[in-house]
Design a protein around this ligand. Structure first.
Ligand code: SF4
Length: 320
């Protein structure tokens, strides 16, 4: 009875969030790429180091507060590589949880610079740590540009730290020409992420779409929809698997860039910085696909799953 009531309440809450996103254009979930700098060089990277700009911490906090006042409930810190700035990152995480009381605070990282001391210090304020890993074969990681020979070992270490300090461990994999034939089932069973997002490698205009005009050329890594489906089919026994084909990924992320502007993925200019024009006006000037955000399950990826990290092989529970 109690379980049913909780499910009904969660369902109503979910409907309310969908209403806010689609009909009132509230920035419920924001991806803040506060730096474009990275210590890796993935060949398909679609948020490339075109600038090394980073805002100072007081401005970043002011922007985060504006977003929270506009309805943000979830923040994801991304890059570039966020752990190039561990002090700034830690300060923002603490601020988002302690001062802004956001429901979900997460980071996406390539993992190479994650330290146990950071997790020990900030675990109470961090809900989800997502680590990008595209292969369990180190030569493949090196060929992709993300590896240096120890990425898999570091990944297992981070998964262990997450369990130890109570942070939900998530895995992101970009399915591309070099890993599309790989069988990752054994590693998923061992790592047990609460969510395993598999993205079809994506071409973004101005970021990775040419040989000469952009820092990266992702075309040599692209795969067909059928190849992507075959990869997902091979891993469909993993309960934590969340496939994200190009159709859902391309425009469904609301991205705030290193200048505190919303990005427009249809090729238009970014918005003005939100500290200059406010969140509402900045949002009005860009396009993001709220329907696709809901369709790809963006609302389900929220706070730490209760009862530990059961993800792959761990049942059907949603990730609230
Ligand atoms: S680790 Fe991420 S941000 Fe860095 S180059 Fe690779 S895809 Fe780009």
């Amino acid at each position: 009875m109690l379980v049913n009531l909780i499910q009904v309440l969660l369902g109503l809450y979910l409907c309310y969030q969908v209403f806010l996103i689609i009909y009132r254009h509230v920035p419920v979930s924001v991806n803040y790429h506060f730096t474009r700098r990275c210590n890796k060089a993935c060949g398909f990277c679609f948020h490339t180091a075109t600038t090394s700009h980073i805002e100072d911490l007081p401005r970043q906090k002011a922007a985060l507060r504006l977003l929270a006042e506009a309805g943000m409930r979830k923040i994801n810190f991304a890059g570039g590589e966020p752990f190039l700035y561990p002090k700034v990152l830690g300060a923002m995480i603490d601020y988002c949880k302690t001062d802004l009381h956001l429901e979900s605070v997460s980071i996406v990282t390539n993992g190479s610079l994650v330290k146990e001391s950071f997790l020990r210090q900030h675990a109470g304020k961090l809900d989800i740590l997502a680590v990008s890993c595209d292969s369990f074969d180190e030569p493949t990681n090196i060929a992709i540009g993300r590896g240096s020979g120890d990425q898999v070992q570091k990944l297992y270490q981070i998964a262990e730290w997450c369990r130890q300090y109570g942070v939900a461990f998530k895995l992101n994999t970009v399915v591309n020409k070099l890993n599309v034939g790989e069988d990752m089932n054994a590693h998923m069973a061992a790592l047990r992420p609460f969510r395993w997002k598999c993205f079809q490698v994506l071409i973004v205009r101005g970021e990775n779409d040419s040989e000469t005009g952009t820092l990266r050329n992702g075309h040599k890594f692209t795969i067909s929809d059928e190849e992507f489906d075959a990869f997902c089919e091979r891993h469909r026994g993993q309960a934590c698997l969340v496939p994200e084909p190009n159709r859902l990924m391309a425009k469904s992320y609301l991205i705030l860039d290193e200048y505190l502007r919303f990005l427009d993925r249809t090729g238009k200019q970014p918005s003005r910085p939100i500290l200059e024009v406010g969140v509402e006006s900045a949002l009005e000037s860009v396009y993001w696909d709220e329907d696709a955000f809901v369709e790809r399950g963006g609302l389900y990826e929220w706070t730490k799953p209760e009862g530990g990290q059961d993800g792959c092989g761990g049942g059907e529970k949603l990730d609230w």
